[in-house]
Design a protein around this ligand. Structure first.
Ligand SMILES: C[S@@+](CC[C@H](N)C(=O)[O-])C[C@H]1O[C@@H](n2cnc3c(N)ncnc32)[C@H](O)[C@@H]1O
Length: 223
């Protein structure tokens, strides 16, 4: 199978997985799950809460700006950033059930006028105008050819990229690969050297990299 077919197959698997798992994934934020799962989420997925807080803090001075959230899922970042004064938040995701949640929550939070959610595979989505900041949380976990995606982010965002890459080589990475693999969802892991190289190849300059639990939290600006 050539690279293009492999990439397409991976995207199809990831899309199917998140379309099916949308409600479960969002329960990490909503807490609408069993008490045991809530406990496990707090323990095993605390870095998901931390990355959320760190991203919101990174955007503290971005009031009035256009934010692009790639792989926005249920839109939790867009809603919060819109509520805190972003000019416009554009979320892109290829899982319809995720975007249904994102639109529903935007209405309930009263931020629909500043949030727009686009359905599609990111590489195929053309924006009518560039954004200022790109956010991609829990995205590169599912991308086999990051350079194409990072280059498009560079074209779509004028000022800054805030993202994460899952940490390679840990026991938890191994378990996650097996767990998601058994459910038909591929997942990828990265070393800091690989992240540096990917950013350089795509026209980004890293300004921050910090290990947070099982992930590398990264901020980059145009090189
Ligand atoms: C782990 S979820 C993260 C959601 C959200 N960013 C968050 O952190 O709450 C990853 C999301 O990325 C989406 N996704 C993955 N690859 C994508 C692609 N190539 N184009 C569009 N969406 C994609 C999936 O459908 C899924 O909703």
């Amino acid at each position: 199978m050539n690279n293009q077919n492999t990439n397409q197959q991976t995207a199809d698997q990831v899309q199917t997985y998140f379309h099916k798992e949308a409600g479960d994934f969002d329960s990490i934020y909503s807490g609408k799950t069993s008490p045991l799962m809530r406990l496990l989420n707090r323990w095993l997925r605390h870095d998901i809460y931390l990355r959320y807080e760190m991203t919101i803090a990174e955007c503290a001075n971005d009031k009035g700006k256009r934010i692009l959230d790639i792989g926005c899922g249920s839109g939790r970042y867009c809603h919060e950033l819109a509520a805190r004064g972003a000019g416009k938040c554009i979320g892109i995701d290829f899982a319809q059930n995720m975007l249904d949640l994102a639109n529903d929550f935007a209405k309930r939070r009263g931020v629909s006028d500043r949030c727009e959610f686009l359905l599609g595979q990111y590489l195929d989505v053309k924006l009518d105008q560039p954004c200022d900041v790109a956010v991609a949380m829990g995205y590169f976990d599912y991308i086999p050819n990051c350079v194409d995606h990072l280059k498009k982010m560079r074209a779509d965002a004028r000022e800054k990229l805030i993202t994460i890459f899952p940490v390679a080589g840990t026991f938890r990475a191994f378990v996650r690969k097996i767990r998601l693999g058994a459910r038909g969802c591929p997942v990828f892991f990265f070393t800091p050297e690989q992240i540096d190289d990917l950013l350089k190849q795509s026209g980004w300059r890293k300004t921050r990299i910090e290990r947070v639990g099982q992930l590398w939290f990264v901020v980059a600006v145009p090189a």
